[in-house]
Design a protein around this ligand. Sequence first.
Ligand code: OAD
Ligand code: ZN
Length: 258
Amino acid sequence: MTTIETTLDEIASRLLQADRVLFITGAGVSADSGLPTYRGVSGLYNGEHTEDGLAIEDALSGEVFARRPDITWKYLAQIEETCRGAQPNAAHLAIAELERYLSRVTVFTQNVDGLHRQAGSSEVIEIHGNLQKLVCTGCDFSESVDDLSGHQLPPLCPACGSVLRPRIVLFGEALPEAAMDHFLAALDEGFDMVFTIGTSGVFPYIAEPVAWAAQSGIPTVEINPLQTRLSPLVDYHLPLGAARAMTAIMTRLRAARA
Ligand code: OAD
Ligand code: ZN
């Protein structure tokens, strides 16, 4: 019978043989840092309308932002507030530590919280952008902010007075081209193991690389306490939280290398 322990052993031994590893992450990798996920238990998008009478996906859309930036900013600020002060957890730190043992560790994340970089990962592709970078909708002005607490909402450009926006992908907007090009180039160069952690895999650009890896015979691992649409695709599903799973894998890896 396969137990979680034997699955962890197998994943660690696969990782020992690997050299180039891809981590595809979503909100669940930051759940152990206290951040909410979008869907599922205590998800932000659980079907409720916002107090402005809009679905949250509409409030956070490019279209509403263009018309009513005050509405979009109200919910962006709430998300920013929940991210504020969050620290990388054992899963973010383990992924960063793996750079010591492997020649390439690429992180392709949907998260806008910046925690992979904060943990020290050096190759992080933020496909939905980053909440800490503000850009002007009217001119070239941009700035990095740790915290929005001192800003008026919506924040205005100090150079031209237009509304600022975070450099994130709002609903209905295109993905950042440079980030997608970086990811496609990395896929082209190849990986010998693929992990997906804490994502429900709703977007094709998340599910397709996992399906492609599995079909190409590259070992695939999913870390998620729940089953997702990715679960039937992967070789190993670990029904654990991200921090616990990555800690258990790293313990085995360090022991084997000692
Ligand atoms: P979701 O909220 O859709 O999925 C989070 C997943 O994390 C779920 O499958 C949970 O079961 C899992 N999870 C919860 N706690 C966990 C833990 N401790 N360890 C591991 N997994 C855990 O989040 P994403 O897949 O990231 O996009 O959502 C994708 C995108 O949807 C977001 O980037 C956002 C949203 O619309 C934009 O804003 C453009
Ligand atoms: Zn400006």
